[in-house]
Design a binder for this molecule. Sequence first.
Ligand SMILES: Nc1nc2c([nH]c(=O)n2[C@H]2C[C@H](O)[C@@H](COP(=O)(O)OP(=O)(O)OP(=O)(O)O)O2)c(=O)[nH]1
Ligand SMILES: [Mg+2]
Length: 130
Amino acid sequence: MPKAIAIGIVCFAGKVLIDRRPADAALGGLWEFPGGKILPGETPEACVAREVLEEVGLTVTVGELLATLEHDYSDFVVRIRAYLCHSESDAARAIACDAVEWVEPRELDGYTFPVANAPLIPLIQQRLCP
Ligand SMILES: Nc1nc2c([nH]c(=O)n2[C@H]2C[C@H](O)[C@@H](COP(=O)(O)OP(=O)(O)OP(=O)(O)O)O2)c(=O)[nH]1
Ligand SMILES: [Mg+2]
């Protein structure tokens, strides 16, 4: 059974929010989109809203599903649902991560993400700056 994960592609003023995973966590030090494990009985959309609030302190509107990614990390498999989200503020804080940054979609190429995210980056770029 894959681990069911939901993440938010949080947009504000044409930029996208990324955060850096804690150094001591799995995939530590890599950049990611805020999100995490879907709890029993939780919808993916509710998971995204909860995780974004817990990890970076932003209340967001969860929009459309942009992509579903599956990846085998060899010790476990993830199925990641990535939702476009809208924020009314850029006041993100590094609560459950090491750092947060707002970046232009084209700048995402300069950050190292978990390998599962590879197909997602061009989709975000096409979608947010066609
Ligand atoms: N949040 C997030 N997780 C990602 C991304 N890419 C990727 O491969 N993952 C993987 C890493 C983890 O195995 C899993 C998400 O788990 P997580 O560590 O964020 O889970 P969580 O927030 O529920 O935290 P915890 O309960 O494990 O402390 O998905 C991404 O862009 N964002
Ligand atoms: Mg997380």
